[in-house]
Design a protein around this ligand. Structure first.
Ligand SMILES: [Zn+2]
Length: 180
């Protein structure tokens, strides 16, 4: 006993098969354009906001120059370094090329110089020359000043008055970060 397939079912099966084959061929042909068809509106990469910018971070003091001392014994050079390393990672994440004047507890003066004042002078001159050499877009020097007057608190920012944009940026950042 043979199973007879009705003629119109045969036709429908043929049509269905033709459609499946057509769909597979179309899909195969579309593979080279897959990205353009399906991913056209999806960004392929997320551009880093600080890509191409060179930023020098200067953790204030270091080595024999501890900077200010807190009432509980905290030394400025240690805190400036910790802040600077965090800032470095943050800026690198944003795509910036970051140069550090120091990444450990040291100054930039020659080993053989024993006089504190001479060390300090050479140290500062080397930090400045690094800024000129690298032609940085931004130079940030981190310090934590100590005030005997307990009524004084908050942050201080010194900037080049020629750069008016920096001024408004600093005020906005300060307000956003500290709410003051
Ligand atoms: Zn300082």
């Amino acid at each position: 006993m043979s199973l007879e397939i009705p003629k119109n079912l045969k036709l429908r099966l043929k049509k269905f098969l033709f459609f499946v084959v057509f769909f597979l061929v179309a899909l195969f042909l579309a593979i080279p354009f897959y990205d353009d068809i399906f991913l056209a509106n999806i960004p392929r990469f997320f551009p880093a906001p600080l890509a191409g910018k060179c930023i020098i971070i200067d953790p204030g003091h270091g080595g024999p120059d501890g900077g200010a001392k807190g009432i509980y014994g905290a030394v400025e050079k240690d805190i400036t370094l910790k802040i600077s390393l965090l800032l470095r990672d943050f800026l690198q994440e944003a795509g910036a090329y970051v140069v550090m004047t120091r990444e450990v507890d040291k100054d930039l003066a020659d080993k053989g110089i024993l006089s504190f004042n001479r060390r300090k002078t050479q140290d500062l001159m080397r930090r400045v020359s690094l800024v000129h050499k690298k032609r940085a877009d931004i130079f940030v020097s981190i310090h934590l000043n100590f005030f005997r007057d307990k009524n004084l608190r908050g942050s201080q920012a010194f900037y080049n008055p020629v750069l008016k944009k920096i001024k408004s940026l600093l005020f906005v950042s300060k307000k956003n970060l500290l709410g003051i």
